[in-house]
Design a protein around this ligand. Structure first.
Ligand SMILES: NC(=O)c1ccc[n+]([C@@H]2O[C@H](COP(=O)([O-])OP(=O)(O)OC[C@H]3O[C@@H](n4cnc5c(N)ncnc54)[C@H](OP(=O)(O)O)[C@@H]3O)[C@@H](O)[C@H]2O)c1
Length: 292
């Protein structure tokens, strides 16, 4: 399938007024550097928190809420959901460009075997611009990848685990760490046991993020990890691309947020306020802020 939205900039349709705050806020980002600004109308700034690292999520979804046509490659990735939209890829690269860490669940890692969670991976021709922007903001050259897994079932040859420029932390359980200890992981991959349970609690994920000194984490899913962080009220914002696709009911399709053992509306249900609407061709770019 050909890339959609090719050459289109993200046009600003509506943005909530941000003024009127009593307290000054600490922001990451602002006006985009020339070269990136031509593809995105306006500024991109994310509010940092004084009490903990801010966590924002980014997903692309069909109009009927599917984020994966799963269960495995080649149909499972976000590319199939977005129709390989160039504008969506650019939005993803901007958020990665701002983040100190990118947090992903092992399910997402297992289906994207060639993927690495950096801006330069998705926009290689803009790599120098992103490097200069990050350096200006005083950020590390690349965001650290944090992979959350209970089982430790990772492929040591995965592209995202094998770029020495990109630090990787695997946050796991004691059993997961035992399994990972048997793998020939690259030297820059660190395994951290986060709690004693069979899962990594959302708060333990936060502690791993905090331990890196990060102020801004980008959660790129998938639905299980996002659902757990959402349920623990740790997601501050959601950047959601709506792709103009309806897939209908499919046993293998995944919805945006999943928390095992809960029914629709239970546990993870949260209200948000709309912060902006942008558009590139038929794609809508929505930004939502969760209640504190
Ligand atoms: N459209 C989009 O924007 C988008 C974004 C992200 C992902 N996706 C798609 O979503 C699909 C994957 O969905 P998913 O729900 O399986 O994704 P996921 O959350 O990435 O993966 C679930 C797995 O991650 C690990 N995990 C997550 N939370 C954990 C926790 N609190 N403690 C311990 N382990 C935890 C577990 O790994 P172990 O099994 O190893 O224990 C679990 O089985 C893929 O097809 C991917 O491409 C789409």
């Amino acid at each position: 399938m050909a890339a959609r939205s090719e050459g289109l900039a993200l046009e600003k349709l509506w943005q909530a007024p941000d003024g009127g705050r009593a307290e000054p806020v600490d922001l990451r980002g602002g006006p985009l550097p020339p070269g990136l600004a031509s593809r995105f109308e306006g500024e991109l700034a994310i509010e940092l928190r004084p009490d903990r690292p801010a966590i924002v999520a980014n997903f692309v979804s069909t109009l009927d809420g599917a984020v994966s046509l799963g269960p495995s490659e080649p149909s499972a990735g976000g590319g199939e959901i977005s129709g390989f939209s160039e504008a969506d890829r650019f939005m993803m690269s901007l958020l990665r460009g701002l983040a100190d860490v990118v947090v992903v669940g092992a399910g997402t890692v297992r289906v994207g075997r060639k993927h690495a969670w950096t801006a330069r991976f998705v926009e290689p021709e803009l790599a120098d611009l992103f490097a200069a922007w990050r350096s200006e903001m005083g950020l590390a050259p690349q965001p650290t990848t944090i992979i959350v897994t209970a089982s430790g079932d990772l492929d040591a040859t995965h592209a995202g685990l094998n770029d020495p420029d990109v630090p990787v932390i695997v946050a796991t359980t004691p059993a997961g760490a035992e399994r990972l200890a048997k793998l020939p992981l690259a030297r820059h991959v660190q395994v951290k046991v986060a709690g004693k349970g069979k899962r990594v609690a959302a708060d333990a994920v936060l502690e791993v993020v905090r331990g890196t000194g990060a102020r801004l984490a980008l959660c790129e899913g998938g639905p299980h990890l996002f659902g757990e962080l959402l349920g623990a009220r740790l997601i501050d914002e959601l950047f959601l691309t709506l792709a103009p696709q309806v897939v209908g009911r499919d046993e293998t399709a995944r919805r945006l947020a999943l928390v095992e053992g809960t029914r629709f509306g239970e546990g993870a249900s949260r209200w948000t306020s709309l912060a902006w609407v942008r558009r590139a061709g038929d794609d809508l770019f929505l930004r939502y802020r969760f209640e504190a």
